[in-house]
Design a protein around this ligand. Structure first.
Ligand code: 4AD
Ligand code: MG
Length: 482
C-alpha cells in the first residue's frame, strides 16, 4: 500500500515536528530551495524546503514544473510569510519527470483560450481544480436535495428511438460498418435499420421516460448526459451536456416553479457552504479579469455578492405576454438597439431580450411562463385561449443573469385528446409514442417537470463565462478527441 498524507490534511494539521510523506506535482521550484507542491486535494500548495547540499544533483535538476515527486521529511511550523507550515525534506524521489522545455503549463497565468487548446492538461491548474470541485459539490447537492424530498433517481436510457423535444436534433446510433450502411434509392444513408435492424439515436432528454416513472413512483428525477446534434458554437451550448430532470405527479406549474427555485437556491447555498476555498479563488480570479475590462463593461458585483443576492431574493415571475409588453416599451426596443425588434406577440425571445429582462429590468433571476403554443414542445399543457384568441402553454423558462436560460419546463398535457391533437398538428409520430400516450390512457393525472442544464448552473456558480470551461471533456462541433 502506498502511504502518504494528503496536502489538504497537512495544511490543517497542528501537530508539528513529526515525520510525513507527501506526493504531488511540482508547481514551482524557487532558488533551488522551495518547492510549491500540489496533490489536487487543496487550493493551496505545500511548501517543501529542499536540503540543497544533501540532495543529489540528478534529483535537483529533475524537480521541474509538472514533475511528480515523493517527499519524506519533517513537518514544521513555517517562519516564512504566506504559509503556516512546511516540510523540511530529508528525501526526494522523482516519480515522473516532466521536461521543462516541453511541458506546456508554465508557472504563470495562462489564458483560458490557451488552456482550452491543452484541455488534457488544464486539470493541473488551480482554476480548473476549483471548477471541477465546485461541479462535484453541485452534483452531490442535487442528489441530496431530491433524496431528502423522497424523489427516486431514475436512470433513463441514453440510446432511444424517441425524439423527446420533437426538434430533430439527434445523433444517430449505428452498429453498421460504414461500407455496409444501407442506402436509399437516391444514394443517401438509410438510417431506418442502423441499430440492429431499427433506428435509434442518443437521447436529447430523459423527460418522456421520466414521465412514465413519475406516473407510478410519484416523484422522480434523472441526472445524466444528454445530446444535441445542433451545430452551435456558442459559449452556452454543448453537443453533450448533463441535465437534471425532475418529474412530479399531482403537480401544476406553480409547484414546478417552486421546486425549481428551491433546487437552484439549495445547490447554490450548498456550494457556498462546502466550497469556500474554491469560490474564494474563483471570485478573486473573476475580480482580476474585471479589472482588465473597460470601466463601463465591469460588473458592479463580486461573484459572492451575485450568489448571495440570488439566495436572498425571490425570482421574478411573469408571463411571456407581460414580458413582451415590457420589452416593447424598453429603451433598446424604442431606440432600435435590439437586433430583433419586438413588435408582435408570438415570436420566440432572443438572448438579447432575455438579457434585458434579467440584467437591466428586473436585475434578478426571472421565471417566464405561458409561452405561445407554437414555439414550445408538443407535451406542454394547453391553456384556454386568451381574450384575443391567442394560444399559450403552461411552459416555464428560468432566466439567469449572465447565463440566459437555465431551466426549461412545463406542466404536462395530461388530457389524451388534447395531446393527440397537438401531436398531429406538430407532426409528432403518435404510433411510435404509443407508450407515452398510454400514461394518458391509463390513470392520467396532472403532472409537471423541468430540465436544468447542469453546466449552466456550474457556469453561474463559478462565475466562468464559457460553457466549455465547466465540463471536464467538452463536446462541441469537431471536438471529440479525448
Ligand atoms: O429547454 P430544454 O431543451 O428542455 C428539455 O429538454 C425538456 N425536455 C426538459 C424537461 O422539461 N424535462 O433543455 C433544458 C435545459 C435548458 O434550459 C438549458 O439549461 C439546458 O437544458 N440546455 C443545454 N445546455 C448546454 N448545451 C445545450 N446544447 C443545451 N440545450 C439545453
Ligand atoms: Mg428550452
Amino acid at each position: 500500500m502506498i502511504k502518504r498524507e494528503k496536502i489538504s490534511a497537512i495544511l490543517k494539521s497542528t501537530e508539528f515536528n513529526r515525520e510525513t510523506t507527501v506526493m504531488g506535482w511540482v508547481k514551482t521550484f524557487r532558488n533551488n530551495q522551495f518547492v510549491a507542491l500540489n496533490d489536487g486535494s487543496s487550493m493551496s500548495n505545500l511548501q517543501i524546503v529542499v536540503d540543497f547540499a544533501n540532495t543529489p544533483e540528478n534529483i535537483l535538476k529533475k524537480i521541474t514544473t509538472g514533475a511528480a515527486i515523493k517527499v519524506k521529511g519533517i513537518l514544521v511550523e513555517s517562519l516564512g510569510k504566506g504559509q503556516k507550515c512546511e516540510v523540511k525534506a530529508s528525501n526526494i524521489e522523482i516519480l515522473g519527470e516532466s521536461d521543462a522545455e516541453k511541458f506546456p503549463l508554465q508557472p504563470k497565468k495562462h489564458s483560458l483560450e490557451f488552456l482550452r487548446e491543452i484541455a488534457h492538461l488544464r486539470f493541473r491548474t488551480n482554476t480548473f481544480n476549483a471548477i471541477f470541485k465546485v461541479r462535484n459539490a453541485l452534483s452531490f447537492a442535487i442528489h441530496q436535495f431530491f433524496n431528502d424530498k423522497g424523489f427516486v433517481y431514475l436512470h433513463t436510457p441514453i440510446i432511444t428511438a424517441s425524439d423527446a423535444e420533437g426538434a430533430g436534433e439527434m445523433f444517430r446510433v449505428t452498429t453498421l460498418p460504414f461500407e455496409n450502411t444501407p442506402k436509399t434509392e437516391d444514394g443517401n444513408i438509410d438510417f431506418k435499420e442502423d441499430f440492429f435492424g431499427r433506428s435509434a439515436n442518443l437521447t436529447v432528454s430523459g423527460q418522456l421516460e421520466g414521465e412514465l416513472g413519475a406516473m407510478a413512483l410519484g416523484e422522480i428525477y434523472t441526472f445524466g448526459p444528454t445530446f444535441r446534434a445542433e451545430n452551435s458554437n456558442t459559449t452556452r451550448h454543448l453537443a453533450e451536456f448533463w441535465m437534471i430532470e425532475p418529474e412530479v405527479a399531482f403537480a401544476d406549474l406553480e409547484d414546478n416553479m417552486n421546486l425549481a427555485e428551491e433546487l437552484l437556491k439549495y445547490t447554490i447555498k450548498y456550494a457556498i457552504d462546502h466550497c469556500a476555498d474554491e469560490l474564494e479563488f474563483l471570485s478573486s480570479r473573476l475580480a482580476e479579469e474585471e479589472k482588465n475590462k473597460p470601466q463601463n463593461q465591469r460588473s458592479e458585483f463580486t461573484l459572492m455578492e451575485k450568489l448571495n443576492f440570488c439566495l436572498e431574493n425571490s425570482f421574478e415571475r411573469l408571463t411571456y405576454t407581460e414580458a413582451i409588453e415590457i420589452l416593447k416599451r424598453s429603451k433598446p426596443n424604442q431606440k432600435k438597439q435590439f437586433k430583433y425588434l419586438i413588435d408582435d406577440w408570438g415570436a420566440d425571445l432572443q438572448s438579447e431580450h432575455e438579457r434585458y429582462l434579467v440584467e437591466k429590468h428586473f436585475k434578478k433571476p426571472v421565471i417566464l411562463t405561458d409561452y405561445p403554443a407554437n414555439i414550445k414542445s408538443f407535451y406542454m399543457r394547453m391553456n384556454e385561449p386568451d381574450e384575443q384568441g391567442r394560444k399559450t402553454v403552461r411552459a416555464m423558462d428560468i432566466l439567469f443573469p449572465g447565463i440566459g436560460e437555465m431551466v426549461g419546463g412545463s406542466q404536462r398535457e395530461e388530457r389524451l385528446d388534447k395531446l393527440q391533437t397537438r401531436m398531429e398538428e406538430m407532426h409528432i409520430p403518435k404510433e411510435e409514442l404509443y407508450w407515452y400516450l398510454d400514461t394518458r390512457r391509463f390513470g392520467t393525472a396532472p403532472h409537471a417537470g423541468f430540465g436544468l442544464g447542469f453546466e449552466r448552473l456550474v457556469l453561474f456558480v463559478t462565475g466562468m463565462t464559457n460553457i466549455r470551461d465547466v465540463i471536464p471533456f467538452p463536446r462541441f462541433p469537431k471536438n471529440a478527441e479525448f
